[in-house]
Design a protein around this ligand. Sequence first.
Ligand code: GLC
Length: 445
Amino acid sequence: MVYLSDMDDDSAAKLKHQAEEVLKINDRELWTVPAADLYPHQWLWDSCFISIGLRHVDIERAKTELRSLLRGQWSNGMLPNIIFAGHEQRHIDLWRSWVSPYAPDEVATSGITQPPMFAEAIYQIGQRLKLAERRSWYKEMLPALISYHEWLYTDRDPHQQGLVLLLHPYECGLDNTPPWISELRKHSLPWWIRLIEKFHLDKPVNYFRRDTKHVPPGQRMSNIEALAYWSALRRLRRKAYNSEALLPRALFAVEDLNFNSILIRANSLLKQIAKTAGHDLPEELDEAIQRGETALDQLWDEASGQYYSRSFVSHKLIEEPSIATLMPLYSGVIPPERVARLVDLLKRQRFFSASWPVPSVPLNSPYFDPYKYWQGPSWVNLNWLIITGLKNYGYEAEATVLKDRTLQMVAKSGMYEYFNPLNATGAGAANFSWTAALTIDLLKS
Ligand code: GLC
């Protein structure tokens, strides 16, 4: 495949300007919405990515973005994936965070988390500050960061395996990604959803869906997937989002590859943040972090030469390739020969090598559809994670190629939520914040 070289200065300046405009449109003073109509609240990993871009534009505003996430932190340390803006009572009522004694009083939130990009965002802001300021920034954020990571291990790694489990697909950030869809279909599709599917009775679901009012249905998850996720959410809510109560009878819980890869890098950044701030980490957390460093080994399958997510319930690998396959590159802890195998998959035709990379499932996957949300399109945040991983492992040339191609894709089509990997057409929400923010970051790096 032939890639064009870097973009010229004028095009880069134009692109940066466009990206800054999107962030302005979506700015709600203390935090940024992912996209005005489709996502009118604050989302956890979105705000982390957004602050990584904002740090180049207005570093104080970038700090505010992360401080705002602390409004939603539960007293047990959990950072929720959504902090509701106050309107849209229907969504607030759906989650009912107040059923948990740990939820905050002042804001309504969801009851689950999202990939732990918080440490990376704090760290990246720190990189733009002078040492004294960096120290005080890290000192300010450290208590919340520690209690979040403590919660992840105490609440979500009950057998101390070094791998954190997730209870709902929304927690993995890649909503309808194949490993989760296949797991859900196997173990947890209630009879009434099967019936609706069998007799094609899902049309009325559209009435309740907000996303398909803003985006063509073919670009979102199907009604059956949406129903399954809604039913899984209700199960969590019934048990007040309490994992101890949920796990003994859980139909599915997943040690998710994307989430754990991000967590492992987050741990190493947490250690650096604590060191700069002059703080020791609590002993138990330190031990959990050490267990995490070798834990991805449990997810490796030598026969296929790939990592997979694992079912916490059956303890079996979920052998369904997806973009998560490449995320151990970002973790920073895998051995060089496995890095080489993942880089090979990234470059392999019919796998992840598309004209406009990186497709969110391999091109030869039966799930592949170039427009269907997390089952085909290329996403700028995932490209950013892969680029960061490639650089850290010394694959500079590959990182540069992917960076250039990502920027060209955005320049060609606009600040979309995701992109068709075959022709770069933008899809999902227009004016999407993390696309804009990470475009700024990639232009600067
Ligand atoms: C969708 C995405 C999720 C993102 C959210 C807001 O739910 O799957 O990753 O955080 O939208 O952008």
